[in-house]
Design a protein around this ligand. Structure first.
Ligand code: NAD
Ligand code: MG
Length: 441
């Protein structure tokens, strides 16, 4: 094992739902992958320093760096004996430092919300493989990420392959490279530029549907998808009345039927704002117009999404709802290795239901499509308003049914710009939060 190539992984948001699942995947890969040493090079957490220290301490080779992004919590971080050689870095800047450290091959962007933006951007700018869970980065700054990726690509094309690659076993340059999301270069382009690989299960599914379809016939130009069909579980209020949603408590809204996730995304799933954010995410990740994206409700969360091609053929990806699979695929792509996720039980009858979304009860969806269509500053405003409104709802300050109208109001009250800078996007993020607070104070 000592002479295997090492892949250095930085997990940003290691203490969260995706972060801890990623740590599990790294332990698993280290056990089963004879070709690669999977090394947790760095991990970050915000406030839960005890969990961060515990997770980091699980590895025989301790991480080189640990980041505590909340400065106040950093003071309470106690490194156990196993972390004696680990360097502690603190504050939000530490996330950017880790994301762009030259030693790091893969960055798992698993921070929740706009707080993950700078580090995710830094990882893309530094040419990393980015396993992206933090969809909010694409919602806020999709076009900036896209242009950075294109820049990284042209730099890569000029300078040739980089010495370090996250797929040491070799097949990285086979035809699926073509279907890498947000990477439009031909398959023989060197792969030293950044790669953005989806962790979100729907986008991983679409990525897989596109990849499998293209990998089969190498040398044939990629088939353009006609439609990307995102599935949605419908969340805890799939069958709820307007009145039930009006009266919903945070506790009730947090009860997701098929997934266990962090609080913010659980509320997003209940309003279906999560699907709205995913429409925007897909728009940027796959560089496809909003008109080519559809959403369908699928309560079992087994079909993770589908792609319809020009001839009407629809390809879908199925697996039980478990994030370890898309996380692992983003790490090992284009390789597929045994995964700890249980396989689908086919020994009993099973149903897969598909139904249209009720857009009246879930107005978030329309908002998502609108943002995906107009781009520019809209994503930053809606994302910030949503983060703020979700926080207010969790604190018992507003109603569940106030969340989406708060986002709509912020969108309509802002002056839309088509080509904003990062500074402008961050200004509008602050403005939209204040706007929501002002209205409900
Ligand atoms: P979580 O709340 O469980 O974890 C969030 C992580 O971010 C934690 O490690 C926390 O310490 C860190 N964090 C929180 N605030 C921070 C701040 N201000 N600065 C720096 N770090 C901060 O969330 P999660 O469910 O793991 O979701 C993480 C991301 O993955 C979100 O963008 C979510 O939309 C996306 N995602 C999650 C799932 C899922 O199944 N949980 C599925 C798809 C996509
Ligand atoms: Mg998802």
């Amino acid at each position: 094992r000592n002479d295997c190539p090492t892949v250095n992984v930085a997990v940003l948001g290691a203490t969260g739902s995706i972060g801890t699942a990623t740590i599990d995947v790294l332990h698993h890969l280290d056990r089963i992958d004879p070709t690669t040493t999977w090394n947790l090079w760095a991990a970050s957490g915000h406030r839960n320093v005890a969990l961060l220290s515990e997770l980091a301490g699980q590895f025989t080779r301790p991480p080189t760096q640990i980041a505590v992004s909340d400065p106040a919590s950093a003071a309470t971080f106690a490194a156990g004996k196993s972390l004696a050689k680990t360097q502690l870095v603190t504050g939000p800047e530490a996330l950017v430092e880790i994301a762009s450290a030259p030693e790091v091959d893969v960055v798992v962007a698993a921070i929740v919300g706009r707080a993950g933006l700078e580090s995710t951007l830094a990882a893309v700018e530094s040419g990393k493989r980015v396993a992206l869970a933090n969809k909010e980065t694409l919602v806020v700054a999709g076009s900036l990420v896209q242009s950075t990726l294109k820049k990284a690509e042209s730099v890569a094309a000029r300078s040739g392959p980089a010495p370090s690659t996250p797929t040491p076993s070799g097949p990285a340059r086979s035809s699926p490279a073509r279907s890498s999301p947000a990477r439009s270069s031909p398959s023989d382009a060197p792969r030293s530029g950044a790669e953005l690989l989806p962790v979100d299960s729907e986008h991983s599914a679409i990525f897989q549907c596109l990849g499998e379809q293209q990998a089969a016939v190498s040398g044939v130009p990629a088939c353009k998808p006609r439609k990307l069909i995102l599935t949605a579980s419908g969340g805890p209020f799939r069958n709820a009345s307007m009145q039930e949603m009006h009266d919903a408590t945070p506790q009730r809204a947090l009860q997701h039927p098929t997934w266990e996730m962090g609080k913010k995304i659980s509320i997003d799933s209940a309003t279906m704002m999560n699907k709205a954010l995913e429409v925007i995410e897909a728009r940027w990740l796959f560089d496809i117009p909003a008109e080519s994206i559809e959403v369908v409700v699928h309560p079992q969360s087994i079909i993770h999404s589908m792609v319809e091609f020009e001839d009407g053929s629809v390809i879908a990806q199925l697996s039980p709802p478990d994030m370890r699979l898309p996380i692992q695929y983003a790490l090992t792509y284009p390789r597929r290795l045994a995964c700890e996720t249980p396989t689908l039980d086919r020994s009993r009858p099973w149903d897969l239901t598909l139904q249209p979304v009720d857009r009246e009860r879930f107005p978030a969806l329309e908002l998502g499509f609108e943002v995906a269509r107009v781009g520019g500053t809209a994503g930053s405003v809606v994302n910030a308003a949503n983060e703020e409104a979700v926080g207010l709802f969790l604190d018992g300050k507003i109603r569940f049914t106030d969340i989406v109208p708060a986002c709509r109001r912020a969108l309509e009250n802002h002056h839309h710009e088509t080509q904003p800078t990062l500074t402008r996007l961050l200004e509008l993020d602050r403005w939209a939060r204040a706007e929501v607070r002002k209205h409900y104070a």
